[in-house]
Design a protein around this ligand. Structure first.
Ligand SMILES: [Zn+2]
Length: 65
């Protein structure tokens, strides 16, 4: 069991940061390349991107707390 993205051949753990543009150039490149070749991660990316678009709409209100 490892939650270390460095050990993961897939990039799911990086997708959130990827969507938010929070990765460094090397990681962004790695994720982009992986998404082209991996259906499962590409689907996960779409979900994360959707969720993050929703979050962006809610964020201003919700983070005020
Ligand atoms: Zn993958």
């Amino acid at each position: 069991m490892s939650a270390d993205p460095g050990d993961d051949p897939h990039v799911r753990l990086l997708l959130g940061a990827y969507v938010l543009d929070a990765l460094d150039a090397e990681e962004t490149c790695r994720v982009a390349r992986h998404l082209q070749g991996c259906d499962a991660c590409a689907r996960a990316y779409v979900e994360v991107a959707d969720a993050s678009a929703l979050l962006a709409l809610l964020r201003a209100e919700d983070l005020r707390e």
